[in-house]
Structures are given as C-alpha cells and as structure tokens.
Design a protein around this ligand. Structure first.
Ligand SMILES: Cc1ncc(COP(=O)(O)O)c(C=O)c1O
Length: 416
C-alpha cells in the first residue's frame, strides 16, 4: 500500500527507506516528517513543463518555510513566492536567487518594500493603487534605479474551494479589479521610478479543477496583449499557485492537461509564465506523527487523545480539513467511530472527527497524512506548548531539520 511518500512494508509504515516508528523513538512526538524525494518529484512535475515554456516555478514559501526545505528547492532551481519581510530573509538565507523571487501580499510595509528592492527581487506583485504609490515613493527615495513591479489582478474567477482560501472574486481583498489594471499599468509605465515586469494573479488554494486556472490565464493573457498594443511590455505572466492535492479520494489535479492548455495559449506569444505552487510541492510529502496518550469514551463518542493538537496542526480546526490517519503499526482490529483529539483546552482541538478507526492503546503511534503544507507554518505556542520538531527523510537517513522548541524558548522574548 502506498500513500504519497508513505508506504507499508509488511505492517509497518515507512517514509522512503526509514521506518517511521524509529523516527518517533529517536526525535519524540509530535514530529513532522517530510520526504525529500517526494518534494523534489512534486517540484519537477511543475518546474519541468514550465521550463519548456520559458517560465519557472516560484515555490510559495508560506506552505512550508523551513530552511532545509527552502534550501532543497533553491538547489533544485526554484524561484520563490514570498509575502513578508520574514519570508524574504528566510529564502535569501536558504540560498534563493533574488532575481527569481516574487513578492506578493496585500499589506507590504515600507520596510518590506525597501528590503525587497535592496535584495533585487524579480518583481513586487502590487495589490492596490496605494501600494503602487508606496513602491514608487520608496524607489524615488532610494535613488538606485527603478522598482520592478507587476500588478496582481483579481480575475473574478469562481473556484470550488474552502471560502477562507478562495481569493479570486471581487468580494476578496486580493489584487485590483481587472477593469482598474490598465490605468495602473499606464501610470507605472510613465513613472521614472518604476519598471513594469509582469502581470500577476492567484485565484485561491486547494483547487482541483483545471478550468478556473485556464479562465484566469485567459484574463491575464488578454490584459497582456492589450497592454502590448499600448507599448507596455509585461514579460512575466504569473498565474499564482493553488493546485489542489487529494486529501481523501479526490481526483488529482491534471497537470498534464493544464500544461498542454498553457502551451497552446503561450506558444509564440513571447510571454514567460510563472507559477507559485506551495501545497502541490510539499503537501503529500509530509506527515505529523503523534502518540496516543489515552483512550476514553462517553455515551456518544470514543476519543483517542494524542500528544499533538491544533497548536501543531491547525488545519482541521481552522478549515474543518480532512487528514487521513494511519497507524504506524497496522493491526487488524474492529473499526468504530472515533475522534482523534489533542491535549488543548478547546473543543475545536481535533485532528479527525467521526472517523472509522481500529482499536488503539496508549503508546501507539499515528501518522496524520497530508501535513506537509500549511502544517508547521501554522503551528503556535497556544497553551504554552513548544513547537514540534521536523525531520527530513533522505533515502535511508532521517535528518533533524528543526529541533523541538524548549520550555525556555517559550518565553525567551518576554520581559517579566
Ligand atoms: C499569492 C499566492 N501565491 C501562491 C500561493 C500558494 O498556494 P498553494 O499552496 O495552494 O499552491 C498562495 C496561497 O494561498 C498565495 O496567496
């Protein structure tokens, strides 16, 4: 049996050639475990065809921004999509090529704009008229050349996903309405402090259907052609990220169809496509390992209490998201409904609800699948719980890439 990067050998769950129970024994739980091979395979599946269209992939650092993973992707030739000064510092520390970094986000501060200009990013994806003014003003103030910009348009495309991660409609805070974009581009093209480099859009996350992406690509291409007719050149067309992954039995995103359609659209146009995949690179390459502490029941429920909770993996509580739960040692036992819950003092602190699961006892180990994206990055210290460790599997080797936070680190920044 094989699930993403994870498979049973006999009845024992492995990641690549490492038995996960050994990782838990060595590094403790809760612990995130990632497969290097799977991350690279996922990345190449996108970067390869994009390269053939003279574009490249900018891995979206927000999905998983651990330095070892950013470094792995930088070495594989990835660019990066960042949304904060912190992410800029991280990707540079990990070895990113600044000329392959795009800076998105609706609320860039002057300091962040200055840092991005000083680093020499490929372009700032500007999300409002006010932000265009701010970038222009920072570039004038710097006096060291033009600031490279693209404008993130809101293509008003409907995509079937959770409302919290849908971004491409006019009710969302992201980008500028497509009708307003031409005037902003004219303004940018006239400015002696700005250099128009591209057009950007991003319609949301965890979208499994190819069609909304093609509709957004058509909007972006139409704008690029209109601008070209006004002699405003937009070399890079950044179509964002958002490619969904199967968390249960969904049909996987059809990358081959998507790229065939992109090729049809981009061929001979002279524009360079960029994509900002996050989840589709790291999502199925990671699991969260947790240990069963107690099993208890009420008249209406069976609860499996584990040592990892919403502070470690927020997605179930935040989006009601589904993560497959597997036992590290598979045993045949009768299945019945159970909630897998964490130790925090919140009813929303669960990893799975009403799931058909076998019998478990204290000490058993569980893997929460599909935790590689928006897992550790959303971890918090709620209830004063230290953030978990992270381990990267490389063939038969397990490498600690983040040690577990210590109790002292919990209040290291505090002034009593
Ligand atoms: C601008 C932008 N680009 C890329 C992404 C990455 O999305 P995903 O991880 O779904 O590929 C996001 C996430 O929402 C985003 O806001």
């Amino acid at each position: 049996m094989e699930i993403g990067a994870f498979h049973y050998r006999a009845d024992t769950l492995f990641c690549e050639d490492v038995e996960l129970a050994r990782v838990a024994a060595r590094f403790g739980t809760p612990v995130y475990v990632y497969s290097r091979a799977r991350i690279l395979a996922n990345f190449r599946r996108i970067a390869g065809p994009l390269g053939e269209l003279d574009g490249f992939a900018c891995y979206s650092a927000k999905a998983n921004s651990s330095l070892a993973i950013l470094g792995l992707l930088a070495q594989a030739g990835s660019g990066f999509d960042i949304v904060s000064g912190g992410e800029l510092t991280r990707v540079l520390r990990a070895g990113a090529t600044p000329g392959r970094v795009v800076f998105s986000g609706v609320g860039k501060t002057s300091d962040e704009i200055d840092a991005a200009l000083a680093a020499g990013v490929l372009m700032l994806n500007v999300e409002s008229a006010g932000e265009l003014d701010a970038v222009e003003s920072r570039a004038r103030h710097r006096g060291a050349g033009r600031a490279p910009v693209s404008i993130r348009i809101n293509p008003d495309v409907e995509a079937d996903t959770h409302p919290y991660i849908s971004t491409g409609r006019t009710i969302h805070k992201f980008g500028v309405p497509k009708a307003d974009a031409p005037e902003l581009y004219r303004r940018a093209a006239r400015s002696p402090h700005l250099e128009v480099r591209g057009i950007a859009c991003h319609i949301g996350s965890q979208i499994l259907d190819v069609e909304p992406f093609l509709r957004a690509a058509d909007e972006v291409l139409a704008l690029a052609r209109d601008l070209r007719s006004e002699r405003v050149a937009t070399e890079y067309l950044d179509l964002g990220g958002g490619f969904g992954i199967p968390y249960r039995e969904e049909h996987p995103f059809e990358f081959s169809r998507f790229f065939a359609e992109l090729e049809r659209r981009f061929c001979g146009e002279g524009f360079r496509p960029l994509l900002e995949p996050g989840r589709s690179v790291v999502g199925d390459a990671g699991v969260l390992l947790v240990r069963v502490l107690y099993v208890k029941g009420t008249e209406s429920k069976r609860f499996i209490v584990v040592d990892g909770g919403m502070n470690d993996l927020l997605r179930p509580a935040l989006y009601g998201s589904y993560h497959e739960i597997l036992a590290l040692e598979h045993r045949d036992s009768e299945r019945s409904a159970a909630d897998v819950v964490g130790p925090l003092c919140e009813t929303g602190d669960f990893l799975a609800r009403d799931r058909s699961l076998g019998e478990f006892k204290p000490g058993d180990l569980l893997a929460v699948l599909g935790s590689g994206a928006y897992g550790f990055v959303l971890a918090s210290n709620y209830n004063s719980r230290p953030k978990p460790a992270e381990v990267l599997i490389e063939g038969a080797k397990a490498r600690l890439i983040r040690r577990r936070e210590s109790a002292d680190e919990l209040f290291a920044a505090e002034i009593p």
